[in-house]
Write a protein that binds this ligand. Structure first.
Ligand SMILES: Cc1cc2nc3c(=O)[nH]c(=O)nc-3n(C[C@H](O)[C@H](O)[C@H](O)COP(=O)(O)OP(=O)(O)OC[C@H]3O[C@@H](n4cnc5c(N)ncnc54)[C@H](O)[C@@H]3O)c2cc1C
Length: 359
């Protein structure tokens, strides 16, 4: 989706070729839940602990990312839910962390409200949670509809090629080796998800594929979207049913890291997912539930990689989103577009997302 969004943003202002390898594995954008929630993997409190000076700017930037994505989806006629999202706590440590986060969010002017365990249950969000936090300005987008709308929108405006590309820097430009012949360009943007290492060797030690497994429960509706245990579990309902992703810890210690096979599902992860859902939503009927999986691209420090590669200013990264790319991509595409076109705002990209942080 990052490639489609960028191609759409650039299409009428420069000549763009979109090269896409259809896989396998399928792109993560064909498999995601569509939850747009700020902050990547971390709560405000954890971000503040890890990045004392950068937590607030990063959170604000990710707020812009969520708004940009929801606005763009709406403009394309894609169904969007802006009712906010829930963080639910399992255990007193997590509850304390979200309490501290609520204080930070209040200070940062973000609309949020905390819930006790009883209130969480009364809202129908689930049983057995210690506390909850609702965060406004977030929500859910129909991701598959968004991808389809973007594909239709660039049709006829962007040249498209199918197959894997490999980018090589040349004097004054880049060459992209594609199956149907090389392409010479002024610049290349690598938005290849878990396939980034196949597009450029710099990503070899930087990007790791991680399989995420989910459970689809047709017809089921529960309030949400909800994110639990630092987002290792998340779920959201849409008009057709409930989608749940999580319980990777069932496969400890590797947690599905390094796995690119999205055609099979782990029975252990599925069993844990069913157990988890029934523990917290005992009234759910899982008899027609089925498992599926998708491959996400994790960067080695957990933050996205956006901007020029060190020493290769004409090769740009737009990848490494982990399990939350949909939530980051909007602002990354806006800022990268401005940087590529030399427009105002081209320097707004947070420094902790730039690939040069790795050296
Ligand atoms: C199960 C699951 C649930 C998720 N749920 C959410 C969610 O609720 N909210 C959220 O914010 N995020 C979610 N994510 C993450 C989000 O879906 C991804 O971060 C986002 O879709 C990544 O988009 P992308 O365009 O970077 O990558 P992709 O959609 O993976 O697209 C990359 C494309 O590049 C192609 N490619 C690979 N190598 C090459 C090459 N060498 N040359 C040319 N093309 C190449 C691939 O085939 C693919 O088509 C989820 C991910 C998974 C797997």
């Amino acid at each position: 989706m990052a490639g489609l969004l960028l191609a759409d943003a650039l299409a009428d202002r420069c000549s763009v070729v979109l090269l896409d390898d259809p896989g396998p594995p399928d792109g993560a954008s064909d498999r995601g839940l569509g939850i747009a929630a700020r902050g990547g993997l971390d709560s405000p409190a954890r971000l503040k602990h890890a990045l004392p000076d950068d937590a607030e700017p990063l959170w604000r930037w990710s707020g812009r990312a969520v708004s940009s994505l929801l606005d763009r989806s709406e403009a394309l006629g894609v169904s969007v839910d802006r009712a906010g999202t829930w963080r639910l706590s399992l255990g007193p440590d997590e509850a304390r962390e979200w309490e501290a986060s609520a204080t930070l969010l209040d200070r940062w002017g973000v609309d949020s409200r905390t819930l006790t365990a009883d209130q969480v249950a009364a809202e129908g969000l689930g049983q057995g949670f210690d506390a909850g936090l609702w965060i406004g300005g977030e929500g859910r987008v129909d991701l598959q509809a968004l991808v389809a709308a973007l594909r239709a929108r660039i049709d006829g405006r962007v040249a498209r090629r199918s197959g894997p590309g490999a980018v090589v820097a040349t004097l004054g430009g880049v060459r992209i080796d594609a199956p149907d012949g090389p392409l010479d360009a002024e610049m290349a943007v690598i938005a290849s998800g878990a396939g980034a290492p196949s597009a450029h060797p710099w990503f070899g030690p930087m990007i790791l594929p991680v399989r995420l497994q989910g459970l689809r429960v047709p017809g089921a509706q529960v309030p949400g979207p909800a994110l639990v245990r630092h987002r290792f579990e998340a779920w959201a309902s849409d008009p057709g049913g409930l989608s749940f992703v999580g319980c990777r810890w069932a496969e400890q210690p590797e947690m599905e890291a390094g796995v690119t096979d999205d055609a099979t599902c782990s029975p252990r992860v599925e069993a844990k997912a069913r157990e988890f859902l029934l523990r917290h939503h005992p009234a759910l009927d899982l008899s027609s539930a089925h498992a599926w999986s998708g491959v996400a691209a994790w960067s080695c420090d957990g933050l996205p990689l956006v901007g020029p590669l060190p020493g290769e200013p004409r090769v740009m990264a737009l990848c490494g989103w982990g399990g939350w790319g949909l939530s980051w991509i909007g602002a990354a595409v806006d800022d990268l577009t401005a940087a590529i076109l030399g427009e105002a705002g081209g320097d707004r990209l947070p420094h902790m997302l730039r690939p040069r942080r790795m050296i």
